[in-house]
Design a protein around this ligand. Structure first.
Ligand code: 6GU
Length: 240
């Protein structure tokens, strides 16, 4: 997977991505990060990339041409038109399903806006997908782009240590994860659930499944309608 991020703050993207699991994945060549500074494509001698909005109003607008030239600098090396994701609170809300769909692409382009936005004409020209990460307003698209790259990267083969660990986590089944415990067996008078100490694998699996269902019902009941529940799961759900 190769990410191209068009941004006014490339160091924010690089610093955010070079830590932890995404950082290791970059070092190991499992994912590639190309952050492109839109300011390098400013077409005036002051390196200015924003201007006043036509029609008046607050703030500044990122101009079309530097964004277009930054996009061209990455797309000219590609055989086909890439998906170009514009991070905007006006987009479709990002989800695990979207992450799965995007994880199969070879290359993705993220366009990060700032100020009051980007000239609509270049958005019409290059953007294929408008994506938001939730109903709140951020100062720019960099954090949302990093959120998306993190969620997508962990689905790229080889990025997580355990090939299977991504499958079993929250949302894979539309169920939340069960609680986890580690040593010590008693911490501040709180004991690890006895079933986990029993060594009885079938009982442990059943308890974990039931904890997932219980948690989802308590915390995210709206997920349950799309959860894949068998007869035993449904019986348990009725009992709680
Ligand atoms: Cl993608 N951008 C901005 N600026 N704010 C957001 C967002 C994106 N998603 C949620 N809030």
């Amino acid at each position: 997977m190769k990410y191209h991020v068009l941004t006014l703050f490339p160091e924010m993207i690089e610093n955010g991505m070079k830590t932890s699991i995404t950082g290791r994945a970059i070092e190991e060549g499992k994912i590639f990060l190309d952050s492109v500074n839109i300011r390098d494509y400013a077409f005036n001698k002051h390196n200015k990339v924003d201007d006043y909005p036509y029609g008046g109003g607050a703030g500044m607008v990122m101009q079309a041409e530097p964004v277009y030239l930054a996009y061209k600098s990455v797309s000219e090396h590609m055989d086909k038109k890439p998906k170009v994701i514009y991070l905007t609170p006006q987009g479709s809300v990002f989800s695990q399903k979207m992450a799965e769909e995007l994880a199969v692409e070879d290359e993705l382009v993220f366009l990060c806006g700032h100020y009051e936005g980007i000239d609509e004409r270049v958005i019409e020209e290059i953007v294929t997908d408008n994506v938001s990460i939730g109903d709140y307003v951020l100062t720019g698209g960099e954090l949302p782009a990093m959120v998306m790259m993190d969620a997508i990267s962990r689905l790229v083969p080889g990025v997580l240590n355990n090939e299977h660990s991504a499958e079993f986590e929250s949302f894979q089944d539309n169920l939340l994860e069960y609680p986890q415990y580690s040593r010590p067996e008693v911490w501040r008078e709180k004991r690890v659930p006895q079933v986990l100490m029993s060594g009885h694998h079938a009982n442990i699996e059943r308890w974990r499944r039931q904890q997932s269902i219980l948690r989802t019902k308590e915390r995210r009941p709206e997920l349950l309608k799309d959860a894949d529940l068998d007869d035993a799961d449904k019986l348990f759900l009725k009992s709680i």
